[in-house]
Write a protein that binds this ligand. Structure first.
Ligand code: ADP
Length: 343
């Protein structure tokens, strides 16, 4: 059964359809994350040989790194049906209960943004995950009772950008936990070349390298940039994306040579205003007009990994590359009277 169909409504936007088409359909086509892929394939093979459903899986890592894709690949390898939902959609216990009772043995239930489930809904999942049982409330008021219902053994695949927000009892119930990391330049180049083939557009190696270098280690961003460069080529009547088209397109998108977008540069500018004093995440959010979660999940991971920003106990400061980019002299440890910069 083609589990992927569930993610996209029949009247999917062209962009959504494109994203679906770009999603690798086998572990072989999934570029990078060798440790995660090898581990998952091993656990899947073991479960199949033992004739039991796969343990619950928690996939963590920043957005766009392939968590949803892996959930699809897990279901596909198990030859299982994939049922998808997300933390914010499961508002009430009854929403979750309704979904759980319909699961068949071996089904994979994918819950995206699993950290955004309410505590009551999360706790309700415990017995389902552990004992394949749930208490279903029947009747209200003075007649309120619950009925213990047994479920088919299913595999929960949870995806989260914020593993730290999950409670320990919840996290501990995932027997398999894998963390995705940002992709290397060569891996992103491979993804760009593969995606270009799927989109039916030619791309030069130099242009693929330019796109990969601006993609913040993230396949979703690489694909998004590629789609826009494809449009630039189309508008130009060009047959393929060459380095000239790529460079011009990236300039049009406001992405600089470091892969930084306007909001990244804004964050760096705010930190540069008081370069030796940490700035709190809430202050950054107010100053940029973005949500704290978006800064933490989307912008900060790349800025930190690449050394533009450093996280200290008291807030964010410029990292070594941030100082260099902005031409500000970093202070040595001894010059930091409050001990905030180099804890
Ligand atoms: P997440 O669920 O972590 O936000 P997705 O699985 O939705 O990320 O991936 C975003 C897009 O990036 C997908 O459409 C897919 O095309 C692409 N992608 C992600 N990981 C890979 C990979 N390892 N190889 C090729 N393409 C990938």
């Amino acid at each position: 059964m083609e589990g992927e169909a569930r993610l996209v409504a029949p009247q999917a936007l062209p962009e959504e359809r494109e994203e679906r088409a770009l999603r690798p359909r086998s572990f072989d086509a999934f570029v990078g994350q060798p440790r995660v892929v090898n581990n998952l394939q091993t656990w899947i093979k073991a479960a199949q040989r033992a004739g039991r459903p796969l343990d619950h899986v928690l996939l963590t890592g920043p957005p766009g790194l392939g968590k949803t894709t892996l959930a699809h690949l897990i279901a596909r390898s198990l030859d299982a049906r994939l049922v998808t939902t997300s933390g914010p959609v499961l508002e009430k216990i009854s929403d979750l209960a309704g979904m759980l009772v319909k699961l068949k043995r071996g089904d994979v239930l994918f819950v995206d943004e699993v950290h955004r489930m309410r505590t009551s809904v999360e706790e309700y999942l415990y017995s389902a995950m552990e004992d394949c049982r749930i208490d279903v409330p029947i009747d209200d008021g003075i007649h309120a009772r619950t009925l213990s219902v047994s479920l088919q053994r299913f595999t929960l695949v949870g995806a989260t950008t914020r593993a730290g927000l999950l409670t320990k009892p919840f996290r501990d119930r995932f027997g398999i936990q894998e963390r995705l990391v940002t992709y290397a330049q060569e891996e992103l180049e491979e993804i760009v070349r593969r995606s270009a083939k799927v989109l039916g557009v030619g791309i030069d190696d130099e242009a693929a390298a330019l796109v990969a270098g601006r993609a913040r280690g993230t396949p979703r961003i690489a694909n998004r940039l590629l789609a826009r460069l494809r449009d630039v080529a189309l508008a130009d009547g060009a047959e393929r994306i060459d380095a000239r088209i790529a460079a011009r397109g990236l300039r049009m998108l406001g992405i600089d040579a470091e892969g930084l977008e306007a909001l990244d540069r804004q964050i760096l500018a705010i930190l540069a205003e008081s370069p030796y004093t940490p700035v709190g995440i809430k202050t950054l959010a107010v100053a940029t007009g973005e949500e704290v979660g978006t800064i933490e999940d989307v912008y900060e991971p790349y800025l930190i990994v690449r050394g533009f920003v450093r996280k200290t106990a008291r807030g964010r400061v410029l990292g070594p590359r941030g100082f260099a980019l902005l031409g500000i002299e970093p202070r040595a440890a001894g010059d930091d009277p409050q001990g905030t910069l180099f804890p």
